[in-house]
Design a protein around this ligand. Structure first.
Ligand code: BES
Ligand code: MN
Ligand code: MN
Length: 460
């Protein structure tokens, strides 16, 4: 029934997504606050067309949450859908082939049937909107068989700082049986997978200050510590020759994956060669003793995200800068506590600073890791849905990315989340030319009702 409805409404489903992608809802940049608001209103209007029991834009101390619900029968299970309507900044703009907020459909090698190019196409407007259209298909064809609640936030890309308060405040309203999220990926278009884990995040900014002004590097160079040189030394010392992180206590709480789990992971199809080719590198690099997939998912990491200081203008200016800065992220694995890791980093980074400089460490937002068991009813329903839709059983895979609110859902609402993502690594989320395959968009819309169907059956 709903399958035919989806087929008949494909063009409109795509056009609505295009309209949604035109609004630059960049949560990190306050000059876009009006557009963020407009996006929330756009979603509210779309929900209102669907005969919901309740649709509301609920303010927070930051960007608002869009909430909608349809309760068809108190005795039926309730699916709580989470997604985010905010997007990452689009820069560097000059690297986009078309405007980040002027969606265009183009064919690619991976998407011969076309992909939609725009900031947020995959992360997460495209994936979030699949849920609204899947819901539409179910409600319009009388095939909705679970109650549905939607919580679409506008601050995921800036750390969901206000959402924790929100879910605590609205605990009663958010009562559900399972949380369903499409904000992750799958292995390939013909290799369906379900994400069973996310990494946590600790993010810090560091500043190294030397002399009270920029100095002549001829007059002072050699005698006064150069903050950039020092910062580079300090960062380099955070990993040893095996790419093991040297911060004391960093690995203390890590729950190591068992040999069995690692053997299971190794079964997922993966080509080191295509991995390298896709991002144009000669070889991969990382912690000794682990595979590329393991390094990117089940192991904690430390990466410099940005570094600046000194003279970076045209030509050569001889200067010994007074300051150097860097932004550093640590991806964390289950059982590592982001606050504890941030403290360990701060203590260590201050301790290794030479007397010749002053160091400050400022924490930014973080997030906890999350795990989904694969022996639960929820997982089974998701697995059956994907199998019915793709004709293949999905592979459970851990992801390296982070969605901080997932662990909060478990803590505050006591609910497990199913991470049913349809993105591909090649979709370039957070990068120039982000896109989302039309195949993935429509396949997602078709798969979601199957989750509701199998979940309702399993919960009977
Ligand atoms: N949707 C992503 C996370 C993601 C992408 C997980 C692909 C798994 C696969 C999310 O929007 C995101 O970008 N999260 C941030 C963290 C946040 C605190 C800014 C991240 O992972 O860097
Ligand atoms: Mn996302
Ligand atoms: Mn993101």
């Amino acid at each position: 029934m709903y399958k035919q409805y989806i087929e008949e409404n494909k063009d409109r489903f795509l056009n609505e997504l295009i309209d949604l992608l035109k609004i630059p809802s960049i949560s990190a940049d306050s000059s876009y606050d009006d557009d963020v608001k407009k996006t929330a209103e756009f979603l509210k209007t779309k929900f209102e067309e669907l005969n919901m029991d309740r649709v509301e834009i609920i303010p927070t101390d930051g960007h608002p949450v869009v909430y909608a619900e349809k309760i068809i029968d108190d005795k039926l299970p309730t699916v709580l859908v989470y997604g985010h309507y905010d997007v990452q900044p689009a820069d560097p703009l000059e690297l986009w082939d078309s405007g980040p907020f002027e969606p265009v459909i183009k064919k690619t090698d991976i998407h011969p049937e076309g992909a939609i190019f725009a900031r947020g196409a995959c992360d997460d407007k495209g994936q979030m909107y699949m849920h609204i259209k899947a819901f539409e298909a179910m409600i319009k064809t009388n095939s909705l068989n679970c109650n549905a609640k939607f919580i679409i936030e506008g601050e995921e890309e800036v750390g969901s700082a206000n959402l924790e308060t929100f879910i605590s405040t609205y605990k009663e309203m958010l009562k559900a049986d399972v949380i369903l999220v499409s904000d992750t990926g799958m292995l390939a278009k013909d290799v369906p997978s379900i994400t069973t884990g996310l990494r946590g995040l600790s993010y810090v900014e560091v500043e190294v200050v030397g002399p009270n002004r920029d100095l002549h590097s001829g007059l002072y160079g050699g005698a006064v510590a150069n903050p950039i040189n020092i910062l580079a030394d300090m960062i380099a010392s955070l990993q040893d020759e095996n790419k093991h992180i040297t911060i004391p206590g960093f690995y203390d709480d890590v729950i190591e994956s068992t040999d069995e789990e690692r053997a299971e992971m190794a079964k997922a199809p993966f080509s080191e060669e295509s991995y390298c080719e896709a991002i144009d590198i000669k070889s991969t690099d990382g912690e000794k003793g682990f595979s590329t997939m393991e390094r990117a998912t089940i192991r904690p990491t430390l990466d410099v995200n940005g570094i600046w200081g000194g003279y970076i203008g045209e030509g050569a200016k001889t200067v010994l800068p007074s300051k150097a800065n860097a932004k550093i992220s640590m991806r964390l694995v289950p059982n590592q506590d982001p606050n504890k890791i941030t403290d360990l980093f701060k203590q260590h980074f201050e301790a290794i600073a030479p007397d010749s400089v002053r160091v400050t460490v400022t924490p930014h937002h973080g997030g906890e890791p999350a795990l989904t068991p694969i022996d639960s009813l929820e997982y089974k329903a998701a697995s059956l849905a994907v199998e019915e839709s793709f004709g293949k059983k999905p592979i459970p895979v851990r992801s390296g990315g982070s969605i901080p609110i997932i662990s909060m859902f478990e803590k505050v609402l006591g609910l497990k989340t199913i991470l049913l993502g349809f993105g591909l690594d090649s979709d370039a989320i957070h990068s120039p030319n982000e896109h989302y395959g039309l195949f993935n968009y429509f396949k997602g819309i078709e798969t979601i009702p199957l989750f509701y169907k199998h979940y309702a059956q399993i919960k009977k």
